[in-house]
Design a protein around this ligand. Sequence first.
Ligand SMILES: Nc1ncnc2c1ncn2[C@@H]1O[C@H](COP(=O)(O)OP(=O)(O)OP(=O)(O)O)[C@@H](O)[C@H]1O
Ligand SMILES: [Mg+2]
Length: 282
Amino acid sequence: VVVAVAGWGAWAAAGRALRPVRRLDAELAEITAADPRRRLAVPDPGNETARLARRVNGVLDRLERSTVHRRRFIADASHELRTPLTGLRAQIELALADPADPELVDTLRRSLRDSERLHRIVDDLLALARLDSGATPDREPVDLAALVEAEVARRTAPVRVHAKAEPGLTVEANRFEVTRLLLNLLDNAERHANGLVEVEARQEGDSAIVEVRDDGPGIPHADRDRVFERFTRLDAARSRSEGGSGLGLALARQIAAVHGGTLRAADGALGARLVLSLPLAR
Ligand SMILES: Nc1ncnc2c1ncn2[C@@H]1O[C@H](COP(=O)(O)OP(=O)(O)OP(=O)(O)O)[C@@H](O)[C@H]1O
Ligand SMILES: [Mg+2]
């Protein structure tokens, strides 16, 4: 009898102790099903259950933030894709309405530009999705100085592009991605420069630094983080049919990050100054 009573006592005590956990469990089941903004009520502070409730609430906060972020990203992406699609459709309708129109060729050229723009946006979105998934692309030793010089030599923009690269800057990287990063910086610099773009590659400690500078209006201090967000374009007045979609710097920073490096906008003597840092290969 004594053993039975002691056993029952222990069972009842365990049941009492678990009651708050059961309540949390029931609340959590409701939250996930119904309202993503609801949180667990935190019981008496200080005990283990309260700590658990706070931790779960923290996870819910993060999930909600990421959902909001994702929703905005999808809305922005759809909006960005709709502009060239609308143009494309209008041009096809125009061409079909009067196939004998002598301006048909112009209409087709405009359609081609819009489809190229669509293609570029989809390519960038796919690249971002790939990088987001944490996939580490194939790497090989890449000579950054040689890459900078080769890409600069290929530029055909009306502005002067000047390269200064220290030899022997080898990084372990995906050549395609690092080239894409550099091209995004060069495209931006050429687009905003008055007449001169300078690219400098040098060693600093264990890192390879690549700076792309231009003599344009620069990036205002207040916007130096924002420009790396997806779909941010500061010169909103620029028509959407020309210029970019605001993915270039987001992609560039993500590429730097998967390689263990950083990309930031810094103070420039004249205009913009974008600074890439990548760990040197050992
Ligand atoms: N060198 C620069 N000088 C001045 N402003 C710049 C420079 N580089 C980028 N910016 C500003 O930052 C914004 C974001 O740049 P980002 O490269 O991400 O997009 P984009 O060039 O507009 O489009 P995309 O690169 O997708 O073709 C630009 O729209 C521009 O307002
Ligand atoms: Mg760009």
